[in-house]
Design a protein around this ligand. Structure first.
Ligand SMILES: Cc1ncc(COP(=O)(O)O)c(C=O)c1O
Length: 398
């Protein structure tokens, strides 16, 4: 009988990139995945920074099941329903600015689309800026802002006009803003697909000042770094900077497809009814899962736990680096940690040996030279130690 990998080769588009040749999964629970090979895997990928409270958390399962039995879909354009409104209230409470209002969609890329549409629409300017090396998604608008890997753009040009990719350099950003016509600048406080590089406080604070000076909206892409992963609700909070728009997805709903943006009511007031929208945005079941996720993060104090576990994991990885020159750098915030090998073959060997020994870790960076550690925030000390042991052994063999 053919396995999933073989069946997939026949019916799936080859466009789908894969980190592993034939990893086949049956179910997930907490920090573990259960393979079709009968093996139990410690998951330090969290489905690419999505399952912040672990796989199939009972609170999320119960909330989604109850909502499924009650109302799966109606569309917010047709009727208001409790989960959309309640989630917006919960998000407004954790927003880093006052009077936050919310627009919901289905994915990170769509959240970025919403943010740039709001920026253009509200400012009546067309220019958009993004930092070089950033990743903001794969839809054509979001892709126009993405430069973490040029492969993502190859074959799709021309992209959206009046998009300016700028070096993370304040003088160059000011030069661009000075020319006028820039509606907004988007940035990741810590790059996700771009290799887990933490931006400097000086840069982020400097960009905020330039945005105020030239009347440009600051859009924080928190799609990978949000929902407690870095030890704060949103990574931008580490920088003492308040953005104008926040893009959210991934960790928001424990794996249910949900994205969204938040902005202060004064800015949202400039977005006319009907000028943006969608059929599924803020689906009731996804919203119920998101509400349960946020409640669980609060109840289980997972933001503090992420900060503490991140400090521990990071210090252990730095100890390993001191003993192991193959590791060039360990960097990150909270439980969003990158281990840079400066070389992709070694990374491939390490992640494959880790998988064979029951640990799921995935690469990042323009050339896949960095391994990211993004376990669920519920990860225990014992699980971290177990992962470190498997990782250290794989590094020594690479
Ligand atoms: C920072 C960032 N922005 C946007 C996206 C796009 O999100 P999605 O894959 O849900 O469209 C991602 C996905 O990895 C991301 O990490």
């Amino acid at each position: 009988m053919k396995n999933l990998t073989e069946r997939g080769k026949e019916v799936l588009s080859p466009v789908l990139g894969r980190y592993f040749a034939d990893f086949e999964v049956d179910k997930g629970e907490g920090c573990y995945l259960f393979g079709l090979d009968g093996k139990k895997y410690l998951d330090f990928s969290s489905g690419i920074a999505v399952c912040v409270i672990g796989h199939a958390h009972p609170n999320v399962v119960a909330a989604a099941q109850a909502q499924t039995a009650k109302l799966i879909h109606i569309c917010i354009g047709i009727a208001s329903y409790e989960p959309y409104i309640k989630l917006a209230e919960e998000l407004a409470e954790i927003a880093p600015f006052k009077d936050a209002q919310v627009f919901l969609c289905q994915s990170g890329s769509e959240a970025v689309e919403a943010a740039i549409k709001l920026a253009r629409y509200s400012s009546k300017k067309t220019g958009l800026a993004a930092l070089r090396g950033g990743f903001h998604g794969r839809t054509l608008g979001a892709l126009s802002l993405t430069t973490s890997k040029m492969k993502y753009r190859d074959g799709y040009e021309p992209l959206v006009p009046d998009v300016h990719i700028v070096d993370p350099d304040l003088a160059k950003i000011e030069q661009l803003f000075k020319q006028g016509g820039i509606a907004g600048i988007i940035l990741e406080p810590i790059t996700g697909e771009g290799g887990y590089r933490v931006q400097s406080k000086e840069l982020i604070q400097g960009i905020r000042k330039l945005c105020d000076k030239y009347n440009v909206l600051l859009i924080a892409d928190e799609i990978q770094s949000g929902f407690g992963r870095t030890g704060k609700w949103f990574a931008i909070e580490h920088f003492g900077v308040i953005p104008d728009i926040i893009c959210m997805a991934k960790g928001i709903a424990s794996g249910f497809p949900l994205g969204g943006i938040m902005a202060p009511a004064a800015l949202m007031a400039k977005w006319s009814p009907g000028s943006h929208g969608g059929t599924y945005g803020g689906n009731p079941v996804c919203c119920a899962a998101a509400i349960a996720t946020i409640k669980t993060i609060k109840q289980e104090k997972l933001i503090d736990k992420a900060a503490e576990s991140g400090r521990y994991l990071s210090s252990k990885l730095k100890e390993l680096q001191a003993a192991q020159p193959k590791i060039k750098e360990v960097r990150g915030l909270g439980l969003m940690i990158g281990v840079d090998f400066g070389e992709s073959n070694m990374v491939k060997k390490v992640i494959n040996e880790c998988l064979a020994n029951g640990l799921v870790i995935i690469p990042t960076g323009a050339d896949g030279t960095v391994i990211r550690f993004i376990p669920p925030l519920i990860v225990s000390r014992e699980e971290i130690d177990k992962a470190l042991k498997i990782f250290a052994q794989a590094v020594s063999h690479a």
